[in-house]
Design a protein around this ligand. Structure first.
Ligand code: COA
Length: 211
């Protein structure tokens, strides 16, 4: 199977919410996602899709619309229906820009598709979106108990920098705050390109493209 990233579109929200319900105890509403998608200058959402054959070679964000206020208020009048994608949505992730900080808001892979490198693929997509928007560092909060996600973040240079006590209202769990170093620095870029080479090889092997 091949995997590739695209911008999240409103039509993706029902499937995103399906994965969200399987992944998080306090899922976001469809309206929250719609709101997030309406401000592409400061908020970027991507999805990972799967394809049994080599996918179309297009940039990730070719169709992020810039909306006027009226378009945001009356999306159904202005939004052109997107052709239904033939490629199943298997994961998604999002990032907000605050001044020059990229805040990772969410990342999830469908349970049946985990441990194949898709979390990494999505995180790489977010790092690219952060760089594109001018972020110099990235940050996120993660549940203290979520060791698999923390390992993913540590692999990409996020370091623990404190906790937010009882941050998660559903069970009162603490959040671990993590930050990267400056992502535009040569040292981070070097580490990133090594990780990307390894990930590309892993995904190519899984797709049967290389031995
Ligand atoms: C966290 C999540 C996105 C990872 O996605 P994934 O596709 O399974 O992860 P990948 O296969 O890309 O793994 C990348 C790295 O993450 C870490 N990791 C992923 N799953 C892991 C597991 N079960 N145990 C330990 N480490 C794990 C490892 O460091 C791994 O690198 P490695 O393969 O070199 O060991 C996925 O588990 C998920 O959707 N979880 C539910 C939602 C969630 O918790 N999101 C994070 C909110 S902060």
């Amino acid at each position: 199977m091949y995997y590739f990233l695209k911008a999240m579109h409103e039509d993706d929200i029902p499937r995103v919410q399906e994965i969200e319900r399987q992944s998080f105890s306090a899922p976001w509403s469809a309206n929250t996602y719609r709101r997030e998608l309406s401000s592409p200058a400061t908020s970027r959402y991507i999805v990972a899709r799967s394809s049994p054959s080599l996918p179309p070679d297009e940039p990730i964000m070719p169709y992020v619309p810039r909306r006027s206020l009226l378009q945001t208020l009356l999306p159904s009048v202005f939004t052109k229906p997107q052709p239904v994608s033939p490629f199943p949505l298997v994961g998604y992730a999002g990032l907000w820009l605050m001044v020059d900080e990229g805040h990772i808001t969410t990342i999830a892979v469908a349970p049946s598709q985990r441990s194949q490198g898709l979390g990494e693929l999505l995180l790489n997509g977010l790092i690219d979106q952060g760089l594109d928007m001018g972020a110099t560092r990235l940050t996120l909060e993660v549940r203290i108990s979520n060791e698999s996600a923390q390992k993913l973040y540590l692999k990409y240079g996020f370091e623990p920098s404190g906790t937010r006590v009882r941050y998660y209202t559903d069970n009162g769990e603490d959040a671990l705050i993590m930050w990267t170093d400056v992502i535009t620095e040569p040292s981070y870029q070097h580490r990133l390109s090594e990780l990307r080479e390894r990930l590309a090889l892993r995904l190519q092997r899984q797709a049967g493209m290389v031995e």
